[in-house]
Design a protein around this ligand. Structure first.
Ligand SMILES: NC(=O)c1ccc[n+]([C@@H]2O[C@H](COP(=O)([O-])OP(=O)(O)OC[C@H]3O[C@@H](n4cnc5c(N)ncnc54)[C@H](O)[C@@H]3O)[C@@H](O)[C@H]2O)c1
Length: 145
């Protein structure tokens, strides 16, 4: 069975990918620590969606790893050896990212570390021969054009 790793598995894009690939018979592993709730409060929680996906698909497992935890992520990638990686974990709001409030509270570090992890995942994908068909990142992660 083909294995696929989806970061941001409970989010808008990640959860659709999980649902689709599970229904196609893939073994799907997610990484999502519900950071969305930290960004947006109770209403932003992804727990409901993650539970829904786990109930619906026996071939879906989620790990509550923080994608900024390089060692934990790489250890999972190495043990799982996914064929495909879909990387969507992020802070998705342009407004939030652009606000001085967020920057003043050192979320710059958060973006830097998410970007760093993205680069690490890219580099390890060459070594581990993983295909990355989708990386969904926005202005705060990739920078102002
Ligand atoms: N939704 C869209 O229409 C759209 C369009 C273009 C680009 N994008 C970009 O795609 C990315 C994902 O968008 P989305 O709408 O799915 O966002 P989302 O907030 O719905 O999903 C992101 C998921 O990542 C998880 N996450 C965040 N930080 C994490 C961390 N440190 N460790 C583990 N999990 C973490 C969150 O809990 C959340 O479930 C963003 O960069 C967004 O800007 C989204």
């Amino acid at each position: 069975m083909k294995k696929i790793l989806v970061t941001g598995a409970g989010g808008l894009i990640g959860s659709e990918a999980v649902d689709y690939y599970c229904s196609q018979g893939y073994e799907v592993t997610g990484i999502d620590n519900n950071q969305r709730q930290v960004f947006f409060g109770e209403k932003g929680s992804t727990l409901f969606r993650l539970t829904q996906l786990k109930d619906k698909h026996k071939n879906f497992t989620n790990f509550e790893i923080d994608i900024r935890d390089k060692n934990a992520v790489l250890s999972l990638v190495k043990s799982l050896k996914p064929n495909i990686l879909i990387h969507t974990a992020a802070q998705p709001s342009h407004d939030k990212a652009a606000s001085k409030f967020i920057c003043a509270n050192s979320n710059i570090d958060l973006y830097k570390s998410i970007l760093k992890l993205s680069i690490i995942l890219f580099n390890s994908s060459w070594v581990l021969k993983i295909k990355i068909p989708l990386v969904s990142k926005n202005l705060p992660i990739l920078g102002q054009p």
